[in-house]
Write a new protein. Structure first.
Length: 1049
């Protein structure tokens, strides 16, 4: 059998090619720490045994970057896919999230956050790998994060201009820091020794979004040099980036469909609303590195800062149609009974026309985030067999947010809707347009403010060693190490007296007339500014015929708190005037409809003392590992690999609050048969209403095995198996545990001498989180086939399986305390639990090639394509299912967050894993010849589930007007019983075309043009109801253009 023995010279040549193709390659990742004699530029795949220094040959361009990324994959000890910067500071997309979506097995979310699907993200947000959100993020092989209650760095926060490359490890080994199940994403930056000496580069670009119509500049630059001194080789590097972006997203919303009675065969929608969001983003980054080397000792000190700020100004038209008090005319319906077009007219319970109230909201939101990473790495050689590495890291992250929404109101007599086209349409006749164009018809309606802030720190120390075996034919080296990390994080939300983080308050609404106010606060009666939005070119033009509407000026939203006090005064004046005519004391106005603060006077949002708004977490991890690398090539078998074990101990400390509230038993009441009432004295209640610290710890053993069979020089197969874990998000572990004892009492009729009867005692609670959550754990297997048939050309395939247990989902868990008699009492809490097991399994295939064998006029053409298939299943430990939901959003309605609740109270059954698309693929047509480089890239992702009962949408439990159609229910055919919605919300399949064209004017000067979303694609979300999958949200963000220039020296 042919031997494929790696020689010192061949490996050194491979490294030289890698250094040359990507001068901005990063420092070595933990999976393959470089020896002290190996330059830090070595790629993650490098397995050098040599200390030789070879002359490098500088190459550049996209083709070279693809070849380098392929070589990383081919030579790696593990299963990895990489993206390498084409030039200094030039990853091929606008954000790291967009870069990652091009990698086989990786997908990108296009909404602002998983719990906020109603806001589109032009540059993407979260990233899944192989369908799973359990992804770990690293910066140069070190753990990193943002102070956003999650565990990872927001990839959209990171300046891509500072990156030399991105690696995605699909099945990490024992040597890698734990925390990844879906995959591990390592962001790599450059070090001074990656360059032969002095090097500089400056890039400028101007971007423009077709809808926002604003030109936004960006600039980045790198400067580095190295010096040979008597004290050793010294290098310094500084890399900075400042990027501005402005975008606009238009959206149409079709609200859920309702039955007007339990026996009805038709369903009608509440109507159509629309929104227009202007989004401005500032992203700054600075990276500095100092490097020193003398003999076998090498040291590097790095500082990385990622700073991100966005401001959005949004106009949102909120439709307030009551589906049970609306008259439908000129309607048509589909085969399922769903209305497809018609006229909706608002009426009261007597059938009198009252109109439809529409709120025109202006929302201003501003968030800033910053993450600083200071790291110091030392490595040296004890002898020719033993090397060591020490790594010390300090991370500090902070974020803060201000969110303000103010709204005007106007009454529409009716709304004509049409759902038969590709987009839902609302049609206004000339009379309606004329009325809506009259500012005297508008009044000040509402305001809502919110604040939050967060901070986090981490200190980490990692010590690694490598023993290189001599005179053995099988063993190559043994790698070992320990890591200790201490992380602290705290987030604080503003809270009002009702326990709500978003502080909603009415100003004047039609429903207040006659009991709280005598007239509305019309906008032309005050000097508080408004403006008219004509919705020009809405949804790209020609797709929606919308009238002009009057909105609060943006200055009112961001003029908080003064503007809010002015708006509140409008209400107080209207209420006081009504009180005077009605003959009651106007001093009570502050406690009337405007107050959602527990009956107290309205106040602007602030960081108060409500413990529900604070989440404080501490976490200490201690890990040790050993990993043995081996090769059977000397024995005539072309097999190599590694086997290892990582042992990690995790200790969590959650600081929070617990409370106990007990309902008072009515005087003279008796308990029904079988009902028992726990005895909670005032002292016991006080003892269970206090601050609390909840600690837990666990130890995990995480073995791993990686094998590679080199069937031929260009053909290899891999097998990998490992165990992994993904710890809970920090917001899921909040230690806020309120317990409530409530009574279900039958009150006798007036005049009866019978006593009240306590029919049931309910012991419930809705937790802010669950501080006793365990990590999600997995066993994962991979088999790959990799054919590298030419330089930069390959065909690779992978089959994978991930068996998951302790999946976190919202369900119920028990909280047990002792009553005053010492008896245990179980409170059923609603919150996150380790409630299911499941799997994600599938296959990947990737292909890339430049067609050098074609006729000369076609040479330079290339193709890059990949496809991923993922199948998943979730099985709950304690299945919860009934055909109908019940009133209430707590434990009494277990179906709500699990099986969902339709508008008629019916459930949907088990849902798949969130955020997992069964099919995804990428296709890119490439051209690189001479000075011209071009790419036409298409990314497509199949339909996937966002979640069930999401709070930020009209499909979620903030809507509590579902109709009870359960024939066995005592509230059958009623909609006034607080029955919430929990519709499954899906992202529809979406594909986008992006184009890049770059021209090399000279060795030092390059020009580029990039166009994103070339076909102006509309992004669609779907709501699931029993009448089918129905379009819900439609977003258009237009095309984006970027002109760029780069000068290197």
């Amino acid at each position: 059998m042919r031997h494929f023995k790696r020689t010192t010279l061949s490996v050194a040549a491979v490294q030289a090619m890698v250094w040359a193709a990507t001068p901005a390659m990063a420092q070595t990742t933990p999976a393959t720490p470089a020896t002290p004699a190996t330059p830090a530029a070595a790629t993650p795949a490098a397995k050098d045994k040599s200390t030789q220094a070879l002359e490098t040959v500088v190459v550049s361009g996209r083709r070279a970057a693809l070849a380098t990324a392929q070589k990383i994959k081919q030579d790696s000890d593990e299963i990895v896919d990489s993206v390498v910067a084409d030039e200094i500071g030039k990853l091929p997309d606008r954000s790291v999230s967009e870069v990652l979506q091009r990698i086989v097995g990786a997908t990108m979310s296009r909404v602002a956050a998983s719990n906020d699907p109603v806001h589109f993200s032009v540059e993407g947000s979260g990233v899944n790998i192989r369908g799973l959100t359990y992804v770990a993020a690293q910066l140069n092989g070190r753990e990193t994060f943002s102070a956003n209650q999650g565990r990872n760095l927001g990839f959209e926060d990171v300046p891509p201009e500072l990156m030399a490359g991105v690696d995605v490890y699909k099945n990490p080994s024992a040597e890698q820091i734990e925390g990844a199940i879906g995959g591990l994403v390592n962001l790599r930056t450059a070090l001074p020794f990656d360059f032969p000496g002095f090097k500089g580069s400056i890039s400028v670009d101007v971007s423009r979004n077709s809808l926002a119509a604003k030109n936004k500049p960006s600039v980045s630059g790198l400067l580095t040099n190295t010096w040979n001194t008597d004290l050793g080789k010294v290098g310094l590097l500084v890399d900075v980036a400042h990027s501005l972006s402005s975008n606009r997203t238009d959206g149409l919303v079709l609200d859920p469909f309702y039955k007007q009675s339990a026996t009805s065969t038709t369903w009608l929608s509440r109507g159509i609303t629309w929104r227009q969001q202007f989004y401005d983003r500032v992203r700054d980054g600075i990276y500095a590195a100092a490097q020193w080397k003398k003999d076998s000792l090498e040291s590097s000190l790095t500082f990385f800062r990622s700073k991100y700020r966005f401001d959005w100004n949004e106009n949102n038209v909120s439709n307030q149609v009551d589906p049970y008090n609306v008259r439908v005319s000129n309607a048509s319906y589909d085969a399922n009974g769903a209305m497809t077009k018609g006229v909706l007219t608002g009426v009261n319970g007597n059938g009198d026309v009252t109109g439809i109230e529409v709120e025109n909201q202006t929302r201003y939101s501003k968030r800033s985030s910053q993450t600083d990473d200071l790291s110091w790495k030392m490595q040296g050689r004890v002898n020719d067999q033993l090397t060591w590495t020490s790594d010390l890291q300090y991370i500090k992250s902070k974020t803060q947010n201000f969110d303000s929404t103010v709204g005007t109101g106007v009454q529409l007599p009716s709304q004509q809707v049409d759902f038969t086209g590709s987009l839902p349409r609302v049609v206004f006749d000339e009379a309606a347009k004329t009325a809506l164009n009259d500012p005297s018809k508008y009044y000040w309606a509402m305001m809502m403010d919110h604040l939050d802030k967060g901070k986090g720190t981490q200190k980490a120390l990692k010590l690694d060693g490598r023993w290189q075996f001599k005179d053995t034919e099988i063993l190559e080296d043994f790698r070992f190490g320990v890591r200790v990390a201490k992380r602290d994080a705290e987030t604080i939300n503003s809270m009002n007296g009702q326990g709500d983080s978003y502080n909603w308050a009415t100003i004047t609404h039609a429903w207040q007339l006659g009991w709280n106010i005598g007239e509305l606060a019309y906008i032309n009666q005050s000097k508080i500014p408004t403006y008219k939005n004509t919705f020009n070119n809405f949804m790209g033009g020609g797709k929606a015929d919308l009238p002009a509407l009057y909105f609060p000026a943006a200055s009112v939203a961001f003029g908080w708190p003064d503007s809010y006090n002015q708006l509140h005064q409008l209400y107080l004046d209207k209420c006081a005037a009504f009180a005077k005519t009605a003959g009651w004391d106007g001093a009570g106005c502050a406690q009337q409809a405007n107050s959602y603060q527990g009956g107290g006077k309205w106040q602007v949002a602030s960081f108060g003392t409500d413990p529900k708004g604070t989440n404080s977490q501490g976490e200490t991890t201690t890990a040790g590992y050993g990993q043995l690398r081996f090769s059977l090539e000397e024995k005539g078998l072309p097999v190599d690999g590694n086997v290892g074990l990582r042992v990690v101990h995790t200790k969590n400390e959650a600081k929070g609050y617990t409370s106990l509230s007990v309902a008072t038993v009515p005087t003279g009441a008796v308990l029904a048969s079988g009902v028992t009432l726990p005895n909670f004295s005032a002292a016991t209640i006080a003892a269970n209403t206090r601050q609390q610290d909840i600690n837990q710890s666990f130890t995990d053993f995480l073995p791993s095995l990686n094998l590679r069979l080199k069937a031929a020089p260009d053909l290899q197969f891999r097998f990998a198996v490992s165990r992994g874990l993904s710890r809970p998000r920090l917001d899921q572990m909040q230690a806020y545990l309120p317990m409530k004892l409530t009574l279900d009492v039958d009150t006798p009729a007036q005049g009866s001498t019978a006593p009240p009867i306590v029919k049931a005692v309910k012991l419930t609670g809705t937790a802010g989180g669950n501080p006793e959550l365990k990590p999600i754990r997995s066993t994962q297997e991979d088999v790959t086939a990799e054919w590298y048939f030419a330089k930069g050309s390959s065909l690779t395939m992978a089959v994978f399986n991930k068996d998951l247990k302790d999946i976190i989902l919202n369900q119920t868990f028990n909280r047990t305390i002792l009553d005053s008699d010492g008896k245990p009492v179980n409170f059923v809490m609603n919150g996150p639990v380790n409630g299911a097991k499941g799997y994600a399994r599938g296959a990947e295939i990737a292909y890339q090639q430049y067609f050098d064998w074609v006729p000369s006029w076609l040479q330079g053409l290339g193709l890059q394509a990949n496809y991923t298939y993922v199948d998943s299943k979730v099985k709950r430990y304690n299945a919860v299912y009934s055909a109908y939901c019940t009133p209430g959003a707590g434990q009494e309605n277990l179906n709500l967050y699990i099986n969902g609740c339709d508008t008629d109270g019916r459930t949907f059954g088990d849902m798949p894993l969130d955020n997992l698309s069964r099919n995804t693929y990428n296709i890119a047509l490439l051209f690189d010849r001479g000075p011209l480089s071009a790419r036409i890239a298409y990314n497509w992702r199949g339909r996937y589930l966002y979640g069930v009962a999401l709070n930020s949408d009209n499909t979620g439990p903030n809507q509590t007007n579902a109709l009870d159609t359960n024939p066995a229910s005592a509230t059958y055919n009623r909609h006034d019983i607080s029955l919430p919605l929990g519709l499954p919300l899906w992202a529809d399949a979406y594909g986008q075309v992006d184009v890049g064209l770059h021209y090399t004017v000279s060795d030092s000067f390059k020009l580029g043009l990039d166009v994103t979303n070339v076909t102006n694609k509309t992004y669609k979300q779907i709501m699931q109801q029993h009448i089918g999958l129905i379009g819900h949200n439609y977003f258009t963000s237009g095309r984006s253009f970027k002109l760029s220039a780069q000068y290197s020296f």
